[in-house]
Design a protein around this ligand. Structure first.
Ligand SMILES: NC(=O)c1ccc[n+]([C@@H]2O[C@H](COP(=O)([O-])OP(=O)(O)OC[C@H]3O[C@@H](n4cnc5c(N)ncnc54)[C@H](OP(=O)(O)O)[C@@H]3O)[C@@H](O)[C@H]2O)c1
Length: 327
């Protein structure tokens, strides 16, 4: 196939905040993809982002859907992900939706129903498995295994997030579990399968969202020890342990660039894989490939992957007594 045979993908962006900017910059590293149109509820940020990328600024979300784009990227805050994803799917457009795809499992089922009814591709934007390091680690362990991974230990806690950040917003369904914890929940389910039991201790902060949570989880194939927080500074490595050795994915493991594998027989292997383009570009390229191939679901971040992650978050929030508006 020549370059000219490859179908270009024009993206429509809903939201024009921090992650929308990073996504748009990352598109420069995705072959045959560009920002086609932008809509945000305030005109100025959408205009500025559209201008920066030579795209159309739309006056309404309906105008964005009708602008000739090929796919939608939902980059609003999580309390509105489900509504925009469903609207885009019903307009016949495939959707890449920022994490967490929804704020609870019931919302996720409505989104997945809409994707099924519309027969369109839907994927949660869980970037980590698409990084070159993560892919190389998977390939390496297939050739030189540590055995069946039975323990995943991972955490992320950042205490330098400003109080005005949406992570602290109850109204927008913030909190450590949904903002940061979902990465750990991904790692646990990716290596250990579906969660069977999630035990959580943690605390809520003054705005009513969770500011620290520690999870002990039993999965189909092992145990996960996870933590996430917004009030302690505890960046962490991730550990994957098997009977023949263990892997350390060094900080920041959710944007992985380096891993160390220590085998029980004394061998040590270091993997180094830098990433380019900010990192979101790899999941975007994967999505574009799926779209061109006519797929409806990613084989890497499957719909069940999203179900498993949000089931863990639902269970953890229930243990902390954290319910958002309308729940
Ligand atoms: N994958 C990653 O690496 C990564 C990193 C950071 C964040 N995220 C995720 O990305 C999402 C956005 O985060 P962010 O840091 O970009 O937030 P942000 O900078 O606050 O931007 C949020 C954007 O969403 C818009 N918005 C919020 N609620 C809306 C609603 N109900 N209807 C229409 N527009 C709405 C905002 O519009 P206004 O300007 O009008 O408020 C703004 O354009 C979050 O879900 C977050 O979890 C992902």
């Amino acid at each position: 196939m020549t370059d000219t045979d490859i179908r270009p993908i024009r993206w429509g962006l809903i939201g024009a905040g921090r992650i929308a900017h990073r996504f748009a910059q990352g598109l420069a590293h995705v072959p045959h993809a560009s920002v086609g149109a932008v809509w945000s509820r305030r005109a100025e940020p959408a205009d500025a982002l559209a201008r920066e990328h030579g795209a159309l600024a739309c006056a309404s979300v309906e105008a964005l859907f009708a602008s000739g784009i090929d796919a939608v990227y939902v980059a609003t805050l999580q309390d509105s992900h489900a509504d925009y994803a469903i609207a885009a799917l019903r307009a016949g457009l495939p959707v890449l939706c920022e994490k967490p795809a929804t704020i609870n499992g019931a919302q996720l089922e409505r989104v997945l129903d809409a994707a099924r009814d519309a027969q369109r591709l839907f994927m949660e934007a869980m970037k980590t498995p698409f990084y070159p390091l993560y892919r190389r680690l998977r390939e390496h362990l297939a050739r030189d295994p540590v055995g069946d991974v039975g323990l995943v230990r991972a955490g992320c806690s950042v205490a330098n997030v400003p109080a005005s950040h949406p992570s602290f917003s109850f109204e927008h369904a913030g909190g450590a579990l949904l903002d940061i914890g979902v990465y750990e929940m991904f790692l646990a389910t990716d290596w250990l399968g579906a969660p069977l039991d999630v035990q959580t201790i943690g605390r809520l902060g003054p705005t009513g969202v969770d500011t620290f949570a520690s999870l002990n989880c039993r999965h189909e194939r092992g145990i996960a020890q996870l933590f996430c927080g917004l009030d302690l500074h505890g960046y962490g490595d991730a550990l994957l342990a098997g009977p023949l050795g263990h892997v350390t994915i060094h900080a920041n493991w959710w944007n992985p660039v380096r891993a160390t594998i220590r085998y029980a027989d004394g061998r040590m292997v270091e993997l180094d894989e830098p990433f380019e383009g900010g990192g979101l570009n790899y999941e975007t390229a994967h999505f574009c490939d799926l779209l061109r191939a006519g797929e409806r679901e990613s084989p890497v971040v499957t719909h069940d992957t999203s179900r498993r992650m949000i089931a863990m978050a639902d269970a953890a929030r229930a243990a902390l007594g954290l319910r958002f508006a309308g729940e």
